[in-house]
Design a protein around this ligand. Structure first.
Ligand code: SF4
Ligand code: SF4
Length: 282
């Protein structure tokens, strides 16, 4: 082995050790994501920007850009509908887990927690499963509910398969996710790996996702979460076969947040009732 290879291997080992230590399920404090309330969550880098992380001297790619139809605008990330992108623009001060700043010119370093989780999931998935398993096993106050991918997306079937395995090992906890990676979900259903404590919300954005939801909706763990706006009303969705049985109370029709409603109390997105929920915001 030459010197460069040894140095690269060493760097890789160090990165793996650090990332696995830091890639943690966030314990919900209402201050972080008011809508979630008190629950656990896992957030990764959004879109498909190449994020340079100076603290780690690595470049990491966002996980959802390939699957977003509408919420992420690769031409101009600042003008994305994505709430994470909006918050990166809005909050420019350094947080305890990293900095936020100029996304468009990638001058900022990103929230480090998001970067650790993305690197762990995309580079060290097998070790990550062991790490998450032990995080949950050793947690004194169990989380009750964990939202997977508060930002970001399953990059491939194996990501989803990892969460299915973790959920299977922790049947005391409910897991839920919104996803546009319909292909990964279809494969998970065919392989019958989705446990009863993991709810998968097919994210429907106008015409995108309708066909896939209708194809998979009879599975008990499958639900739908639909963006409702002036063009795509509940009536229009109904005409396409989507029966929205309830609206998310966390937003009003102008897209303004109603802080009185939080996911931990509402529970619609991780239960078997109201299988198809509409929302005025994404
Ligand atoms: S809204 Fe979600 S899927 Fe869309 S860009 Fe943001 S994090 Fe990705
Ligand atoms: S419907 Fe309920 S659980 Fe789903 S996003 Fe809205 S507040 Fe959260």
């Amino acid at each position: 082995m030459d010197k460069t290879t040894i140095k690269t291997n060493q760097k890789f080992k160090e990165l793996k050790k650090l990332v696995l230590k830091k890639a943690r399920i966030k314990k919900g404090t209402a201050a972080d994501n008011i809508k979630l309330g008190k629950m656990g969550s896992w957030a990764m880098l959004f879109g498909n920007c190449n994020w340079y992380i100076p603290e780690l001297d690595v470049t990491v790619r966002g996980t959802c850009g390939e699957f977003c139809k509408g919420c992420f605008n690769p031409e101009n990330p600042k003008c994305s509908a994505c709430y994470v992108a909006k918050s990166y623009v809005k909050y420019t001060k350094r947080n305890e887990d990293g900095t936020v700043g100029d996304i468009l010119n990638n001058k900022c370093s990103v929230k480090l927690g998001h970067a650790y989780r993305t690197i762990a999931m995309t580079m060290f998935r097998k070790d990550l499963l062991l790490s998450l398993d032990s995080q949950l096993t050793n947690m004194k106050n169990k989380l009750g509910v964990i939202r997977i991918n508060e930002s970001g997306e399953f990059t491939c079937y194996e990501d989803l398969a990892m969460w299915c395995e973790l959920a299977k090992r922790h049947s005391e906890t409910i897991f839920y996710v919104y996803t546009k990676n319909y292909k990964a979900v279809r494969k998970a259903l065919i392989n019958a790996i989705v446990p009863a404590n993991l709810y998968i919300n097919i994210s429907i954005w106008h015409e995108y996702g309708i066909e896939e939801y209708l194809e998979m909706k009879d599975h008990p763990q499958i639900r739908a979460f639909c963006l409702v706006d002036k063009d795509w009303t509940t009536e229009k969705y109904y005409s396409k076969g989507i029966e929205i049985t309830s609206m998310c109370g966390a937003y009003d029709s102008a897209g303004k947040m109603n802080h009185a409603v939080t996911c931990d109390k509402c529970k619609k997105c991780f239960s078997s009732c109201n299988k198809c929920v509409g929302c005025f915001e994404h």
